[in-house]
Design a protein around this ligand. Structure first.
Ligand SMILES: Cc1cc2nc3c(=O)[nH]c(=O)nc-3n(C[C@H](O)[C@H](O)[C@H](O)COP(=O)(O)OP(=O)(O)OC[C@H]3O[C@@H](n4cnc5c(N)ncnc54)[C@H](O)[C@@H]3O)c2cc1C
Length: 287
């Protein structure tokens, strides 16, 4: 089913096979964390699959990347690549202590940072009232020679220089950021779901990496299972007749369920992107 933004009408597309590839759910900000994910990462595919009766798995398992920027405010949640630690930068607390071996897997590293900030009280309070620890990027130039940060990490250098912070001279402030959806739509090795004709691939599909993905292999999984889903969907389409007449009954059913649950979020049309407007601005939008 598609939605026409101009006419504000739904219309039904007769699809014999469907492949859901809507990506992760970082924009749900689980546990209130910032995220590295783009604004479209709102779990739509998981919800659609669930409502179609598809099995899901490991939805309680999310990956927090240990080094998300936490200052300045405009950078909050943005990814600071593992390459920074790979080049020799250390995580340090407010006393300058190295509290964690810097090349642990993401979950261990994230847990160390959270503990340092929330339990031992040795985190750093940022000027905007958030907690974080130092990632001492100047160490990279000390180890490998002046100019290495600019040469090896140009995107990160620019990302901070924009706010007059030179990360080759001063350390970054970081905190874990919601990065990857480990669980999702249950698929088999051919990207088939438990509903015939419905396939899924990429981050929205759960379980390919178990409950904890290692860095760097999501793009591999996207290609492998994307291809497999496409192949199987094409085969399936050749083997079935055009489906019977489709209806919008499921939209009515959804609306009735929302009403029965007493949910009135004031949203009249589908929301393409999350609304990040502060409460006082939203109040004006609604009135
Ligand atoms: C900053 C960052 C760096 C990363 N670096 C790496 C890396 O180095 N190596 C690695 O392996 N992995 C990396 N990852 C993870 C990897 O990039 C993602 O897991 C992967 O791109 C997911 O691909 P996808 O096609 O499943 O989803 P996406 O690339 O997220 O694409 C999903 C698309 O579906 C659209 N969509 C969502 N809902 C709807 C809807 N209702 N209707 C229509 N369209 C919709 C979205 O807008 C989006 O365009 C990184 C992730 C991030 C955020």
């Amino acid at each position: 089913m598609l939605y026409n933004l101009e006419t504000k009408e739904y219309y039904v597309v007769r699809a014999k096979a469907v492949v859901i590839t809507t990506g992760g759910f970082g924009r749900l900000h689980i546990q209130g964390f910032p995220t590295t994910n783009h604004y479209g990462a709102t779990a739509d595919g998981v919800v659609m699959a669930y409502r179609a009766g598809v099995g899901l798995q490991d939805l309680d398992s999310t990956q927090y990347h240990p080094t998300g920027a936490i200052y300045p405010e405009q950078n909050v949640g943005l990814l600071i690549t593992e390459k920074v630690r790979g080049l020799g930068a250390q995580l340090l607390n407010t006393e300058g202590e190295q509290f964690c071996f810097p090349l642990e897997p993401r979950d261990v590293e994230s847990a160390c940072v959270i503990r340092e900030c929330m339990e031992t009280g040795k985190g750093i309070l940022t000027p905007t009232g958030r907690h974080g620890v130092w990632l001492d990027s100047p160490m990279i130039d000390m180890l490998h020679g002046e100019g290495t940060v600019r040469k090896e990490l140009p995107a990160k250098y620019i990302q901070f220089k924009r706010y007059d912070i030179d990360i080759s001279k001063v350390p970054m402030l970081i905190y874990p950021t919601l990065h990857y959806q480990n669980g999702g739509i249950r698929i088999n090795e051919w990207a088939e779901t438990t509903v015939k004709g419905l396939y899924s691939a990429g981050e929205v599909a759960g379980g390919v990496h178990g409950r904890n993905r290692l860095m760097g292999n999501s793009l591999l999984d996207v290609l492998v299972f994307g291809r497999r889903a496409g192949l199987r969907a094409a085969e399936y389409m050749k083997s079935v007749k055009t489906p019977a007449k489709l209806t919008l009954g499921h939209v009515d059913k959804f609306n009735k369920e929302i009403e029965k649950a007493g949910i009135d979020n004031g949203i009249e049309t589908p929301l393409l992107l999350p609304n990040y407007a502060p409460d006082h601005v939203r109040a004006r939008q609604i009135s």
